[in-house]
Design a binder for this molecule. Structure first.
Ligand code: GLN
Length: 194
Protein backbone atom coordinates (compact mmCIF):
# COMPACT_ATOMS: atom_id res chain seq x y z
CA UNK A 1 0.00 0.00 0.00
CA UNK A 2 1.35 3.40 -0.96
CA UNK A 3 0.24 6.82 0.26
CA UNK A 4 -0.74 8.75 -2.86
CA UNK A 5 -1.67 12.42 -2.49
CA UNK A 6 -4.56 13.86 -4.50
CA UNK A 7 -4.94 17.60 -4.87
CA UNK A 8 -8.45 17.90 -3.44
CA UNK A 9 -9.26 21.60 -3.45
CA UNK A 10 -11.75 21.44 -6.34
CA UNK A 11 -12.86 19.17 -9.15
CA UNK A 12 -12.91 15.45 -9.85
CA UNK A 13 -10.67 14.17 -7.04
CA UNK A 14 -13.12 11.60 -5.59
CA UNK A 15 -13.08 9.18 -8.57
CA UNK A 16 -9.26 9.13 -8.43
CA UNK A 17 -9.42 8.21 -4.74
CA UNK A 18 -11.74 5.34 -5.59
CA UNK A 19 -9.45 3.95 -8.31
CA UNK A 20 -6.40 4.24 -6.05
CA UNK A 21 -8.22 2.42 -3.25
CA UNK A 22 -9.20 -0.35 -5.67
CA UNK A 23 -5.49 -0.80 -6.43
CA UNK A 24 -4.78 -1.15 -2.70
CA UNK A 25 -3.29 2.31 -2.20
CA UNK A 26 -4.09 4.91 0.45
CA UNK A 27 -5.35 8.14 -1.13
CA UNK A 28 -4.47 11.26 0.87
CA UNK A 29 -6.70 14.24 0.10
CA UNK A 30 -4.46 17.33 -0.02
CA UNK A 31 -6.16 20.49 1.22
CA UNK A 32 -3.74 21.94 3.75
CA UNK A 33 0.07 22.27 3.91
CA UNK A 34 0.33 19.65 6.67
CA UNK A 35 -1.27 17.05 4.39
CA UNK A 36 1.84 17.35 2.21
CA UNK A 37 4.25 16.78 5.08
CA UNK A 38 4.07 13.01 5.46
CA UNK A 39 5.96 11.09 2.82
CA UNK A 40 3.91 10.61 -0.33
CA UNK A 41 4.76 7.87 -2.80
CA UNK A 42 2.93 9.64 -5.59
CA UNK A 43 0.49 12.39 -6.41
CA UNK A 44 -2.59 12.99 -8.57
CA UNK A 45 -3.60 16.32 -10.09
CA UNK A 46 -7.28 15.88 -10.98
CA UNK A 47 -9.52 17.54 -13.52
CA UNK A 48 -11.73 20.45 -12.65
CA UNK A 49 -11.30 24.15 -13.22
CA UNK A 50 -7.61 24.99 -13.37
CA UNK A 51 -8.00 28.71 -12.63
CA UNK A 52 -9.95 27.93 -9.46
CA UNK A 53 -7.48 25.22 -8.45
CA UNK A 54 -4.54 27.60 -8.86
CA UNK A 55 -6.26 30.24 -6.79
CA UNK A 56 -6.96 27.75 -4.00
CA UNK A 57 -3.45 26.29 -4.13
CA UNK A 58 -2.10 29.79 -3.51
CA UNK A 59 -4.65 30.79 -0.88
CA UNK A 60 -4.31 27.55 1.08
CA UNK A 61 -0.50 27.76 1.00
CA UNK A 62 -0.06 24.48 -0.87
CA UNK A 63 2.43 25.64 -3.49
CA UNK A 64 5.72 24.93 -1.64
CA UNK A 65 4.58 21.47 -0.55
CA UNK A 66 3.43 20.57 -4.05
CA UNK A 67 6.71 21.81 -5.51
CA UNK A 68 8.59 19.64 -3.06
CA UNK A 69 6.58 16.59 -4.15
CA UNK A 70 7.26 17.39 -7.82
CA UNK A 71 10.96 17.90 -7.09
CA UNK A 72 11.10 14.56 -5.28
CA UNK A 73 10.36 12.83 -8.59
CA UNK A 74 7.65 10.49 -7.27
CA UNK A 75 5.15 9.14 -9.81
CA UNK A 76 2.53 11.72 -10.76
CA UNK A 77 -0.69 11.40 -12.75
CA UNK A 78 -2.23 14.63 -14.00
CA UNK A 79 -5.55 14.72 -15.81
CA UNK A 80 -7.15 17.57 -17.73
CA UNK A 81 -7.03 20.63 -15.43
CA UNK A 82 -4.20 18.81 -13.65
CA UNK A 83 -2.22 18.73 -16.90
CA UNK A 84 -2.87 22.47 -17.23
CA UNK A 85 -1.46 23.05 -13.73
CA UNK A 86 1.76 21.25 -14.65
CA UNK A 87 2.30 22.52 -18.22
CA UNK A 88 5.00 25.11 -18.85
CA UNK A 89 2.91 27.43 -21.05
CA UNK A 90 -0.82 27.89 -20.59
CA UNK A 91 -2.68 30.04 -23.09
CA UNK A 92 0.66 31.72 -23.72
CA UNK A 93 -0.45 33.29 -26.99
CA UNK A 94 -3.60 34.80 -25.58
CA UNK A 95 -4.16 37.86 -23.43
CA UNK A 96 -4.87 35.57 -20.47
CA UNK A 97 -1.72 33.60 -19.93
CA UNK A 98 -2.29 31.47 -16.85
CA UNK A 99 0.15 30.70 -14.03
CA UNK A 100 1.31 27.08 -13.74
CA UNK A 101 3.91 24.91 -11.98
CA UNK A 102 5.77 24.48 -15.29
CA UNK A 103 6.85 20.95 -14.45
CA UNK A 104 6.20 19.54 -17.94
CA UNK A 105 7.56 21.19 -21.07
CA UNK A 106 4.24 21.55 -22.86
CA UNK A 107 2.24 24.43 -24.26
CA UNK A 108 -1.50 24.00 -23.87
CA UNK A 109 -4.61 25.89 -24.84
CA UNK A 110 -7.43 25.66 -22.30
CA UNK A 111 -10.74 24.39 -23.67
CA UNK A 112 -8.89 23.73 -26.93
CA UNK A 113 -11.10 20.74 -27.77
CA UNK A 114 -14.28 22.75 -27.36
CA UNK A 115 -16.49 24.07 -24.60
CA UNK A 116 -18.61 22.06 -22.17
CA UNK A 117 -21.35 21.42 -24.74
CA UNK A 118 -18.64 19.83 -26.89
CA UNK A 119 -17.55 17.32 -24.25
CA UNK A 120 -17.29 13.94 -25.93
CA UNK A 121 -16.17 10.33 -25.71
CA UNK A 122 -14.06 8.50 -28.24
CA UNK A 123 -11.03 6.23 -28.39
CA UNK A 124 -7.38 7.15 -28.73
CA UNK A 125 -5.13 5.85 -31.50
CA UNK A 126 -4.05 3.04 -29.14
CA UNK A 127 -7.63 2.27 -28.15
CA UNK A 128 -7.71 4.02 -24.79
CA UNK A 129 -11.19 5.27 -23.86
CA UNK A 130 -11.18 9.06 -23.97
CA UNK A 131 -13.59 11.25 -22.06
CA UNK A 132 -12.98 14.87 -23.00
CA UNK A 133 -14.57 17.54 -20.82
CA UNK A 134 -13.59 21.03 -21.92
CA UNK A 135 -10.23 19.45 -22.48
CA UNK A 136 -6.95 21.29 -22.96
CA UNK A 137 -5.24 20.93 -26.31
CA UNK A 138 -1.49 20.30 -26.37
CA UNK A 139 0.00 22.63 -28.98
CA UNK A 140 3.72 22.15 -28.27
CA UNK A 141 5.64 19.21 -26.83
CA UNK A 142 9.17 19.78 -25.51
CA UNK A 143 12.04 17.55 -26.64
CA UNK A 144 12.22 15.71 -23.31
CA UNK A 145 8.51 14.88 -23.31
CA UNK A 146 7.41 11.52 -24.71
CA UNK A 147 4.08 11.30 -26.53
CA UNK A 148 2.44 8.13 -25.21
CA UNK A 149 -0.85 8.29 -27.10
CA UNK A 150 -2.64 10.48 -29.64
CA UNK A 151 -6.11 11.32 -30.84
CA UNK A 152 -6.54 12.34 -34.47
CA UNK A 153 -2.79 12.73 -34.67
CA UNK A 154 -2.55 15.08 -31.69
CA UNK A 155 -0.92 14.21 -28.36
CA UNK A 156 -3.41 13.43 -25.56
CA UNK A 157 -1.19 11.43 -23.20
CA UNK A 158 2.41 12.38 -22.47
CA UNK A 159 5.16 11.36 -20.08
CA UNK A 160 7.97 13.50 -18.71
CA UNK A 161 10.16 11.66 -16.23
CA UNK A 162 7.86 10.39 -13.48
CA UNK A 163 4.93 12.53 -14.62
CA UNK A 164 2.15 11.09 -16.78
CA UNK A 165 -0.28 13.72 -18.03
CA UNK A 166 -3.56 13.23 -19.90
CA UNK A 167 -5.88 15.72 -21.55
CA UNK A 168 -8.75 13.30 -20.87
CA UNK A 169 -10.33 11.71 -17.77
CA UNK A 170 -9.12 8.10 -17.23
CA UNK A 171 -10.67 8.13 -13.74
CA UNK A 172 -14.14 8.40 -15.29
CA UNK A 173 -13.65 5.49 -17.71
CA UNK A 174 -14.00 1.81 -16.99
CA UNK A 175 -10.79 0.20 -15.80
CA UNK A 176 -7.75 1.26 -13.82
CA UNK A 177 -5.13 0.89 -16.55
CA UNK A 178 -3.47 4.27 -16.37
CA UNK A 179 -3.45 4.46 -12.56
CA UNK A 180 -1.99 0.96 -12.46
CA UNK A 181 0.65 1.94 -15.00
CA UNK A 182 1.70 5.00 -12.99
CA UNK A 183 1.34 3.77 -9.41
CA UNK A 184 1.30 0.00 -9.70
CA UNK A 185 -0.98 -2.14 -7.59
CA UNK A 186 -0.25 -2.71 -3.91
CA UNK A 187 -1.23 -6.34 -3.74
CA UNK A 188 -1.42 -9.09 -6.34
CA UNK A 189 -5.14 -8.39 -6.30
CA UNK A 190 -6.31 -5.64 -4.02
CA UNK A 191 -9.97 -6.45 -4.52
CA UNK A 192 -9.42 -10.16 -3.90
CA UNK A 193 -7.63 -9.34 -0.65
CA UNK A 194 -10.69 -7.69 0.87
N1 GLN B 1 -11.25 23.62 -19.00
C1 GLN B 1 -10.80 23.28 -17.69
C2 GLN B 1 -9.71 24.24 -17.24
O1 GLN B 1 -9.25 25.04 -17.96
C3 GLN B 1 -10.30 21.86 -17.61
C4 GLN B 1 -11.45 20.91 -17.80
C5 GLN B 1 -11.35 19.63 -17.03
O2 GLN B 1 -10.49 19.44 -16.18
N2 GLN B 1 -12.29 18.77 -17.28
O3 GLN B 1 -9.32 24.17 -16.11
Amino acid sequence: MARIGILAVQGAFAPHAQVLRSLGHEPVLLRAPEHLEGPLAGMVFPGGESSVQIDLVARLGLEPGIRAVLDAGVPVLATCAGLILLARDVDADSAHRQWSFGAVDLAVVRNGWGRQVDSFEDASEQGRPLIFIRAPRIVRVGPAVEIVDRYRGEPVLVRAGAIMAATFHPELSEGDGLHREVFGAAAASASAAQ
